[in-house]
Design a protein around this ligand. Sequence first.
Ligand code: FMN
Ligand code: SF4
Length: 461
Amino acid sequence: MHPNSQYIHADNTALIFDDLKFRSLTVKNRLFRSNISGQFDDYNGHGGNARLNWEEKFARGGIGCIISSFTPVSVRGRILVRYAMIDDDDKIPFWREIGRRVHAYDCRFIMQLSHSGRQQDMGGVENLFSKGLSSTCKSDYFHGLLAQAMTKPEIAQVVEQFAQGARRAREAGLDGVELHGANGYLLTQFLSSGINDRTDEYGGGWEGRARFVLEIVRAIRREVGHDFHLQMKINGVDHNDWLYPWIRKGNTLDETVKICTMLLDGGKGVDSFHVSSGSTFPHPRNPAGDLPLNDLHRWYDGMLSQGTRAPMNYAIFSNPLLARAFQALWRWRRGKVIEGINLDYARAVSEAIGKIDADIKVLCTGGFQHADRIAEAIRSKACDGVTMARPLIANNDLPEILAKANGPEKECTYCNKCLLNDLENPLGCYDLSRFDGTSFEDRYDKMIKQVMSVFEPPTFH
Ligand SMILES: Cc1cc2nc3c(=O)[nH]c(=O)nc-3n(C[C@H](O)[C@H](O)[C@H](O)COP(=O)(O)O)c2cc1C
Ligand code: SF4
């Protein structure tokens, strides 16, 4: 706990473990599992047993609400294969089972409706010969993933895919949906002034760029009504030029606040905002942490044939000197603060939205793993609740820990090894320094056992 803090742990837990009431959803505490993608499912997007085990882990650990991983609303919108999708009614039974499992722990479940757009890392064999749909024909600046600007019929089709995804989530008995409007995926590609270069009504100023998302919000409301929770993950600031200062900056905080106001749609639109930052994924600010060089070099090879810039990146990551220089740039652009990195953005959204409609809530993502920091974020009215990804990968029962102590004994180190392993290995904590043992082999065995725990219990006994 901060030595100068006037609050004791009991004050903090009173805030953190208080209900959070959205317009049509109540969550038992202020702790949300942020979206964490992992390749747990069938190649064709049918959910698998490992994902059921995975989600249940967090519900058991006391989290109030789980926000799902990136859930594609169509095959064309995949980022990687083996992610459960919501592109068809035949996926409803799987999501119903997910809901049933986590509800047993009085935990809510929100599905993240998503579309990759051009940011399709390895989109599967079905997408091999098509460019990623986007607002633009320009490839992404990082990997050079090719893009094709969407026609108006394609825009209308994707709007409908989001609406049907929301209807399926409701039919599955889930507690709400989140639009993935952050971190460089299709909705960011429309919203961001750093990416959207359209000259029709879906481009230009912030109102034009937000038109596509507003159409999605309205189509979802048409399908699910007004008593089903709808939230939006959004970048407070895009920082599109963060690595390469010569490219366009993207959205400012002021533009984001205006877009959020527009998406309220006069009280008929979204119920909550989930504030992040960074116009790509990953980005130095998201997940804010390190760039582990060994893992970077090992796992980026899968990207080699995906984008026009990928071979150049691979050459940089494979060269010890260039890789260190890139890592230094990454760390410098991330900055020193990790826990609460997006709080100023969340505060600006909270203040502006609160003046219009006090029922709209704000969640903030980025580094949270201490009770005093979380309580202070809520107490200072920067946000109403926090979302956590890596700290929960490291300590699945973090809510239970925070009820008793200010933070976990073995914290998440923000090393980002989980992120890079995720491209080919099961999701889990890969920071060996967090595992005790008598030898390297002993610690390594414990780490792998923890990673493999997601496959227990197995499908067949
Ligand atoms: C392995 C991994 C997978 C992620 N997958 C998603 C995702 O599917 N959708 C999303 O919006 N964010 C995703 N994120 C970002 C997190 O939800 C979160 O916003 C970010 O990591 C910052 O929170 P943290 O510091 O608590 O990890 C992912 C992060 C990690 C580390
Ligand atoms: S590998 Fe473990 S310690 Fe490192 S960022 Fe991921 S969860 Fe945290």
